[in-house]
Design a protein. Sequence first.
Length: 761
Amino acid sequence: MASPEVKSGIGDALPRLEDARLLTGGGCYSDDFRLEGQAYGAVLRSAQAHARIVGIDAAQARAMPGVLAILTGADVVADGLHLVPHIPQAMSPPDIKLPNIDGSPHKVVRSPILAAETVRFVGEPVAFVVAETLALARDAAEAVRIEYQPLPPLSEVVVDALVGDPVRTKEALACAQHVVRLETDVQRVTGVPMEPRAALGYYDPANGRYTLYAGGGAIVRPKKEVAIILGVEPEKVRVIARDVGGNFGTRNFLYPEFALVCWAARRTGRPVKWTAERQECFASDYAGRDFRFESELALAPDGTFLGLGAISTSNIGAYTASFVPLTKGTQLMTSLYRLPAMARARGVLTNTACTAPYRSAGRPEVMFVMERLIDMAARQFGFDRIELRRRNLIRATPHTNAFGVTYDSGNYAAALDKILELSDWNGFAGRRAASAARGMRRGIGLAGYVESQSGAPGERAEVTVLPEGAIEIVIGTLSAGQGHATSFAQLASEWLGIPAGKVRLVSDDTDRVSVGGGSHSGRSLRHAATTIHQASLGIIAKGRVLAAQQLEADEADIDFADGRFVVKGTDRGIGLFELAQRRGPIMDAADVDSRVGSYPYGWHVCEVEVDPETGVVRIDRYAAIDDVGRAVNPLILHGQTHGGIAQGAGQALMERCVYESGSGQLLSGSLLDYALPHADDFPFFTTALSEVPSTNHPLGFRGGGEGGITPALGVIINSVVDALADLGVTHIEMPATPERVWRAIRQAAAAALSCQGDLAD
């Protein structure tokens, strides 16, 4: 195991440098911020899914002790505050466009920070109450009376695009001897990060500047967005975030409360703090997934894929927070396979909380559909499921798929061979027999994937060698548990030859960080590596000049290695830190504007045992291989894979956001109603890394944070169906809860009896 006290570069399994601080109570999360004289805020949220606000009576609440302010949508309008900004898709090149079929632009519906005229989902903020204590704020919020006039349910198409090759695909589907069809729902889930959202706002009347203390996916972007909402210049807003207790994409977009606490601080003359309760998070956090698919796969008699057609409908929610899941999923619908395809991609507004990118947005959904279609075709038409995949794999890269996306590099067949070996696929028959002897059904599933990494293109790193013997890196990619303080330090250690433990990371204060896109779409390590590498080269170049002066030698005669400048052919030299002590800090900065994507890939194998009497599914074995281009820290990457698998298993087997039909009430609004996986739900995972350097990155890197979840939905459901296939079960919708599995077994048995009766007649 690598040590932080010596050079720990690219490829070293260095334990996370930040863990000692976090595990001993040294973390600072959003709710940990405190300011002298702070007041407390509570959000009054809509109890209606879609209604006109007839009136708000806050007289009783305003008269209650300790109440400082009750702010409503009318106050928002009176103060001239703006809607939550919509970030256009152009911020995330090189993803494909989804032009509407009729040529019209996508309809963008932005949300207010407080509803003024209508509410569009249960949980939407309607009023913000500020009081001396949190208890007083909550009591006053309950005293506010709102009169609603219900409105009809909302269902509006805002995106309707047709992409791919419709002519070839329609011909294939019409003429193919074999066509398999799947209609399925990929249910809505929510991130449930360990740390609920919180925000603290401060306003300085002396200079008209706001300070927001809030963790999320970034700091530079919310600085700009809060400034837009408040109607001030960006330099009038400072954002500070220390540690972030989980994100998964659900915290990458601005929440109204970020602007509310800043605005309320100006209105009350006091710092204002708000912390969400868990039930608020369920009702108002950005959710993930929520797709409806209608898909068809055409095959030749020998199993060659001839065409894929799909209609994917994304429930965007009440406002158009993001089209990213629809875009990223559509463009990769063909996965690792060679075939023409067409996709109709539709985005629909409904009276539910907004959906937004949730870990590997859009890709797990379409990989699930593709891998289920392949398994269904194999069983329905008598193909071997491994050979069916192998026959249709992309044979060489770069490869441009049916939607115009060019995958950078990879050896998909070699990775398939590796996962079959890693999972002991050939030993499955023996394990199935052992399970059967105990009255259990065992199944095995296989799924491949490719995913897209793009994200905000701009990033900047400022690297400084400090006289006190440390390297400081200022960069705009805020960590939410990904281990940036370790992996970024390893990059500096690799190129500057200093111990990783000597590196300090600054990414949490917009007074220090001027540029940065945050952590999303697998961009952090790729952009950090490019900028830190360029800045490190600049440090070495500047240091060589200073070292030549210090050592009284020609600059051309100075070599640099292992953190030291040395005169060629001599033992005379000076260390990087000693040079900074003598000549002052050495600093260099680098910017990147990367508009080229990266396409990680891999294969997963899952084995489950199913109790046919109860429908309980237990994951017994799980193996994964994920290609990351080059691994900076394998230890962190394996951990990322483990976490992704767990999230995918949660969706496949138990997680589901449920709204009541008609009323739009959220029925899964607490941890009593929303099931999450626990550690004892899983076996030890067997994971491996493939390293085929990316040809789209100057250093060969691809991200590794989303590979664990991308194929997990498909591989787990494939394994469950395989366990029950000889009972007549052909498909199970997610989540595959015990009740659903139990019912599928009995429905298949009833269908078999009915068929026997028909034959007898």
